[in-house]
Each structure stands twice: as C-alpha cells, then as structure tokens.
Ligand binder design. Sequence first.
Ligand code: NAP
Length: 383
Amino acid sequence: MPPPPLPLRLPLSPLFSRLARPVPMNAYCSPFAHLKRHAAAIPLRTKVSGLLVGISALWFTAQSHTSRTITTHTMANKTFKLNTGADIPALGLGTWQSAPGEVKEAVSYALKVGYKLIDGAYCYGNEDEVGEGLNEAFASGIKREDIFVVSKVWATYTTRCELGLDKSLKSLGLDYVDLFLVHWPLLMNPEGDHDKFPKLPNGERDIIHSHNHVDTWKQMEKLVATGKTKAIGVSNYSKRYLEQLLPHATIIPAVNQIENHPSLPQQEIVDLCNEKGIHIMAYSPFGSTGGPMFKAEPVLKIAEKHGVPPSAVLLSYHIPRGSTVLAKSVTPARIKDNLNIVDLDEEDQKLLRDYSDNLVKEGKVERYVYPPFGVDFGFPDKS
Ligand SMILES: NC(=O)c1ccc[n+]([C@@H]2O[C@H](COP(=O)([O-])OP(=O)(O)OC[C@H]3O[C@@H](n4cnc5c(N)ncnc54)[C@H](OP(=O)(O)O)[C@@H]3O)[C@@H](O)[C@H]2O)c1
C-alpha cells in the first residue's frame, strides 16, 4: 500500500515561501525541479534554503516509506529452539498433496529462495521426489546441515517405526532426518490389504483398536540412538493423548505438529506443550486446500491495515505464539511470497484472539484436516 501524501506545508519564513508550495506525493524531486526553474532569479541564500527544503522533503519521504515497509520482513532466517538444543526454522514448506511432477521443483525452488525446513511424510507418497528436490539443492551448494528435514511414521508402521524411518530415508536419499514424528497416534493393520490404507471386507478402515500409542513412543525413543533422526516428536496429539504419553516418556517429544490457525487455536494443547517444552509446528495455516482461512474477517482486516496479502497475516500469526508454521505450495510466486511476514501489533493479535475465543465459545471452530479413522483422538471439537 503506498504511503499517504506528505504533509509538506513546512513552516518557512515569507522569504522562502515561493519554494514552499505543497509537494505532491508523486513528485519526490519537485523541490529540486522547482529550484532549477527559478535558479537564475533567486538569491544564493534562498537557493541554499530551498535546497535544504528539498533535502528535508526527500528525507521525510524516505522516512515515510521506511516506516511503512519495515514491518514486513523475511521469515527465512528466523528460528526457534527445540528441547534438544537444536534450532528449528520458523517456516517450513509443506509437501502434502504436492503432486508428483511438481514437488521436486517446489522443494528445490523453496530451498533456493531461502526456506530451511521441508516437511514430508511417508504417507504423502512423494518422498522420492522430495528427495530429488533436496538433492538437487544440495548439488547446487546448499549444505545438508543447514536444512531441517521432517518425516513421519505412518499408521501402518507404528509397530515398526525403524522400518518406517528406513523407508523414508531411502526415498529421500538421506542418512538422517532432523525430526521424525508419529503422524497420527493409532495403528492400522500392518498386515492388511494395503500398505497405507488397509480396509476390512466391509469397507471400513482396518484399525487395530487395542494398540496403545505409548508403545509406539517407546519405539520412537530407540531411534534417537541410531543417528537416523536427530529428534523425535508427535503429531495430531490432543491434550488427553499427551497426558497419557508424558508420564511414560523417557524422551519428551521435541514437537507436536497440529492443525493450527485462528479458526482452530487449540489453545489447551499449545499451552500444555509450552509448559512441557514441546514445540508446536502449525499445519494447514491457510485452512489447507483452497485456503478457506483467507476469507476470515479479522485476517482480511489486518491484511488491509498492513497492506499485505491475507497469507502473510496467517503465517505471521504463529510468530508471537512461538510456533513453527508449515505452508504448502507448488507455485513459485507463492512459495516466495510466503517468506514474507508482518509484525502483528497487539491490536492485531487481540483481534485474532477474540475471533478464536468467540469460535471456541460458540462451538464453531473449524478443523479442516481429519481423516476418517473413526478413532476418538481426544480433541474437544471432535470427541
Ligand atoms: N501432520 C499432519 O497430519 C499434517 C496434516 C496436514 C498438513 N501437514 C503439513 O502441513 C503442510 C501445510 O498444510 P496444508 O498443505 O494442509 O495446507 P496449507 O498450507 O494451509 O494450504 C495449502 C493451499 O494453499 C495454497 N497457497 C499456498 N500459498 C498461498 C498463497 N500465498 N496465496 C494463495 N494460496 C496459497 C496452496 O496452493 P498451491 O500449492 O497450488 O500454490 C494450497 O492449495 C502440509 O503440506 C504438510 O506438510 C501435516
């Protein structure tokens, strides 16, 4: 958004009033042009003063622009600390539903323009191509140790976590990932009729309901010593599931990756995770495919106020919350745009908080990602 016209009626003595006409915004150089036109007829003292007026005008203009643009900046180098001591970038590129033929380019482009975190999963079925994108970037000089790679053990592998990790590493072409997560806390039949989505003869999902998710965590803990992952964490854990897990955990999860945006604040989980030193990774910040969150009223209002797209508001929302945010795109211009965040002031944050609080109060929160497992994961809006 352009800055407003400059109020350039400067307090000048009558001697200089010829030069002190209001200067329109689109005429940064007009004081100089003005000075040149009248140069011959004007005494030296007036010329010098006029020059000073011109310089002042330029300075004010520059200040006005600076104060407008300084609020947006890049997310590229912002990081948070994990409970392992490692840094985790504040922004990551999501790869769910990034189609083959698109995702290699998206990953490689994202790393080229400054992303440092790539979020993937075995279940997304595209880790081979994500790996190609990563390796293309590494071949171009980006260092492996500067990039944070996330993968997740899928539900048919939650009794075979190391196998799940090995498969992901092979696809990605990596020796290790930086973070390995339990994708969802359940077990689907590892000997069922499908590697990822086994079904019973009646068409229902083939889920082993007797499985205890704490047993999966015990397997995850053993992976750290293998060096195949630097950290372990969970995903889609409700407060209830975390409370079941934590008393048995030798290693506290480094991360809980959950759906999070102003229409699904999940504040009770965020608060518990903050208290326990578990970092939140917020997924589906735009409300997933189609970006329904772009139309939320306070998001539009804040976007207009700062002169930024709604996407920047939705990504920036997570910074004061201390969370990493994952944005999926296969569109180069959007991948680049999504690096830009804006400093949300207290008024903006309150607007978003009030919006969230009202939705919670009225029981109208929106959860956009909820696979039909038929399992009660303990989320208040879904149980
Ligand atoms: N742990 C889990 O269970 C879980 C679940 C869901 C997601 N995740 C992770 O979180 C990531 C992000 O979530 P998500 O994929 O559900 O959805 P999202 O990032 O909220 O939204 C993605 C959608 O927004 C579009 N988009 C991206 N940037 C945009 C921009 N600046 N302007 C307009 N549209 C834009 C994308 O389109 P284009 O791609 O066509 O540009 C895509 O349709 C996933 O990819 C995945 O890595 C994890």
